[in-house]
Design a protein around this ligand. Structure first.
Ligand code: NDP
Length: 336
């Protein structure tokens, strides 16, 4: 296999020298294992956390270990009769061209009506994150206003569209005019705003005349600062991610505002609840897959992929995703 291992813990934006490309021999297949060829590698923001040794909900990738990640792969060999050569499976092969995995981690994908790569995005972990976090914690009611940033990415785009399906108003925040136009013109968001605009906070205020009932937090930073004063009493904030912070090396300048934040939570009776999607998976993944597959089929849940061609482009694609150069779910196409 060709693989990318973590060579050093990145400080700020990950550099090429924080990683190493290697050739390695894969182990012989044991019982209940399969040899897989990676077709598509998923790149996701949580991987930045795995590069760090800071305490988190999951163990870090160790130095000299292969970077982790979900993969769509073709079975080349298998010692488990439920997986045959040629099957297309969802696994967790990591940043490498081939892998040997325990078949208990694999799920065979039906690619008759959707591309296999949707299992990494709209019909996979990011779609499920949107579904579970929005419906369980955000619980939008008909006519309420839902705001989400990173709104053209796989999580945010599903949050806004599921909000619409549930009869709420969806307001999306994204970087740049093309993404903003896509939100209203293609995905049916009621309004969309560019977070890089100088008058971003004023534009947001104008887009939510009735205030905000649910803010699905993907980014933090300046977006959160603009959102917080617009939250309605009894508003809900599912805290899903803080991508604006992931490459930060120190706290931003200025006074500590946590007291003011707590004051707003108190005086507006806000519910702020963080979550990791795995906590909902046992109870909700089945209903998610049924609902979301139906919505994709009837056109009410659209998706867009940002495909980086070739394994050598993995590092650029990863940095690009954290800084907004992706337009849709980021995957690296390693083989056809
Ligand atoms: P995306 O594909 O949306 O990529 C991240 C996007 O964040 C970028 O494309 C960029 O879009 C936006 N962004 C980056 N920096 C900033 C900034 N400073 N201000 C505003 N926007 C910024 O990622 P995903 O859809 O995969 O993930 C979205 C969020 O969900 C992440 O925070 C991720 O960590 C979180 N997540 C959490 C899970 C959980 O279980 N809690 C599970 C899965 C994801 P733009 O160009 O529009 O600015």
């Amino acid at each position: 296999t060709r693989r990318i291992v973590l060579a050093a813990r990145p400080h700020g934006e990950p550099k090429d020298s924080d990683f190493r490309f290697e050739e390695a021999a894969l182990p012989e297949l044991g019982d209940g294992q399969a040899l897989l060829q990676t077709l598509d590698l998923s790149l996701d923001p949580y991987m930045r956390g795995r590069m760090s040794s800071a305490k988190s909900y999951a163990a870090p990738v160790e130095i000299d270990q292969t970077m982790v990640g979900a993969t769509v792969s073709r079975v080349l060999q298998s010692t488990d009769s439920s997986f045959a050569p040629g099957d297309i499976v969802l696994g967790y092969g990591g940043w490498q061209t081939h892998s040997v995995e325990s078949t208990s981690y694999l799920r065979t994908l039906d690619t008759s009506s959707v591309p296999a790569s949707t299992a990494l995005g709209v019909l996979g972990m990011p779609g499920f994150t949107a579904y579970s976090g929005l419906l369980t914690i955000g619980a939008p009611k008909e006519g309420e206003t839902v705001v989400v940033a990173a709104a053209t990415g796989p999580v945010g785009s599903a949050v806004g569209q599921i909000a619409k399906i549930k009869g709420a108003r969806a307001v999306g925040i994204a970087g740049g005019p093309d993404k903003v136009a896509y939100l209203t013109d293609e995905l049916g968001f009621d309004a969309a705003i560019d977070h890089r605009a100088d008058d971003f906070a004023d534009q947001l205020k104008a887009a939510v005349p009735g205030g905000i009932d649910v803010y699905f937090e993907n980014v933090g930073g300046k977006v959160f600062d603009a959102v917080l004063p617009r939250m309605n009493t009894y508003g809900r904030i599912p805290v899903c991610g803080l991508v604006a912070n992931y490459n930060l090396t120190e706290l931003p300048d200025g006074p500590d505002r946590s007291g003011a934040l707590m004051g707003q939570i108190l005086s507006r009776s806000l519910t702020v609840r963080g979550f990791i999607q795995t906590e909902f998976a046992n109870d909700q993944f089945g209903s998610f897959l049924r609902d979301a597959s139906g919505w994709v089929a009837d056109g009410s849940l659209k998706y867009r992929e940002h495909v980086a061609e070739g394994f050598d482009n993995t590092l650029d694609a990863f940095r690009g995703m954290l800084s907004g150069k992706n337009f849709g779910k980021t995957v690296v196409r390693i083989a056809e």
